[in-house]
Ligand binder design. Structure first.
Ligand code: ATP
Ligand code: MG
Length: 416
């Protein structure tokens, strides 16, 4: 038997329904914030991710699915969306608009060690806002993420924020942190040794070294901000207060990807069953990324949320997700094809409708009724066809009514 690849999931039945529900929820929710949907390719040139996400990050260092296509090009399945969205933003000159607010929903791929909450194919929804640097936009993006999750009924969320400051502040800080970490060089893991030379800030985010006290006690970005960066951070916090978003500051928070500046944030859940995979979404400001990837200097801010982690919470907490009910199930006891005409009419009029295809016993059909739980059951037999009426059973009250075929639609319109 062929099995699914490690770290992938099938969503079947109720989970399939919930996945689709979250997709629709995302579409509706984002409309209320006036963001535009963007669909980008599932794979891009490998180089995009090296330049965009950064070669000292976990994601690009060891987690990408790379392949050489038949034309000998180096390709990579997207491990995240931001780099691809920025590529598209530049390629399609979306910067002609002063501000561009985009959102996405789709699969991302990372060759991670499969464990609870960590998949090799997972789904991200997220947003990217380009063109304007304004503390209220950072706050909008954070509050959007928070309201997206709380709107689903997920409580006990923790919003954690920090700032990395602008380029000048980061350069200042990099010198200090490099000196500090240099003293610890021998204790660092191999990747962090490399990071020490290329991008020492990343060491604070390492899954191994980041846990050690020496690293935890390292100098903090917040103490090396210039005036402008400090003020910007204060403005973001003020805006969050105005939007009534509860948040905590964590001066040790840096993000795993290379492109961030100023605001960084994560939203975590304290639910125990999530274990270490308790970050539901993460993001921040990236004022240098568009330029790095060859576009004009353009500020940006965004986040990505992990849909599977959200599904785990919805399932574990048994959060109510409204099911769409089947309107009508047709029990067909006639051979003339009449029932199929009715079926087609109902579906064309927008009713959700199913018919029995098994052609088995009444008992069997009632089993299907139990399974589908429709609002109404239509019983169509030879008698009904001859005398031009249909027996309609209200599946809630169990009451049966005889309805003239020509009046069926009116009857359902009135009752559904
Ligand atoms: P971590 O530090 O936990 O590895 P990350 O920094 O790699 O996280 P991001 O790249 O910021 O995570 O991804 C944003 C969100 O996508 C995460 O908060 C999480 O919800 C989800 N996510 C990331 N990687 C995975 C994965 N392998 N499986 C499932 N969801 C994931
Ligand atoms: Mg990761």
């Amino acid at each position: 038997m062929i099995q699914k690849p490690k770290g992938t999931l099938d969503f079947i039945g109720r989970e399939g329904y919930i996945y689709n529900y979250l997709y629709n929820y995302t579409m509706n929710f984002m409309h209320s914030y006036n963001y535009e949907f963007i669909k980008i390719p599932t794979f891009e040139s490998t180089e995009l991710f090296y330049r965009g996400v950064g070669e000292t990050t976990d994601v690009v260092n060891k987690e990408t699915y790379d392949f050489i296509d038949k034309g000998n090009r180096n390709m990579t399945l997207r491990p995240e969306f931001t780099a691809g969205v920025v590529r598209s933003y530049i390629e399609n000159k979306l910067y002609v608009d002063q501000i561009k607010k985009l959102y996405y929903f789709g699969s991302a791929f990372r060759y991670e060690r499969p464990q609870s909450g960590r998949l090799r194919e997972f789904t991200q929804m997220g947003v990217e806002v380009f063109g304007i640097k304004n503390a209220y936009l950072d706050a909008e993006v954070i509050s959007l993420a928070y309201r997206f999750l709380s709107g689903l009924g997920i409580t006990n969320l923790k919003v954690v924020i920090n700032t990395l400051g602008d380029t000048e502040s980061r350069l200042n800080y990099n010198k200090v942190i490099k000196e500090y970490l240099e003293k610890d060089r021998d204790n660092l893991c191999d990747i962090c040794k490399e990071r020490l030379d290329k991008n020492p800030l990343r060491i604070l985010d390492c899954k191994y070294d980041g846990e050690r006290d020496y690293i935890k006690n390292a100098p903090k970005t917040i103490d090396y901000l210039n005036e402008e960066s400090k003020n910007y951070y204060e403005e973001v916090k003020h805006a969050l207060e105005i939007l009534d978003i509860p948040f905590e500051e964590d001066p040790t928070l840096v993000r795993g990807l290379d492109y961030y500046s100023h605001t960084v944030f994560e939203i975590k859940s304290d639910l125990e069953f999530l274990g270490k995979a308790n970050t539901l979404c993460a993001g921040g400001r990236y004022d240098n990324l568009v330029k790095t990837l060859g576009g004009p200097e353009t500020p940006g801010v965004g986040f990505a949320a992990g849909i599977e982690r959200i599904i785990t919470i919805l399932n574990e907490l048994e959060i109510y997700i409204p099911e769409e009910k089947l309107d009508v199930f047709i029990m067909n006891l006639d051979n003339s094809g009449f029932a199929f005409q009715i079926l087609d009419d109902l579906r064309n009029s927008g009713y959700s409708c199913e018919i029995d295809y098994t052609g088995k016993s009444m008992k069997n059909m009632w089993k299907l009724v139990d399974k589908y739980n429709p609002s109404y059951v239509l019983i169509i037999g030879e008698d009904e066809v001859k005398s031009d009426y249909i027996t309609v059973k209200d599946n809630t009250t169990k009451e049966e009514t005889k309805v003239k075929t020509s009046e069926l639609m009116d009857y359902l319109d009135m009752n559904l």
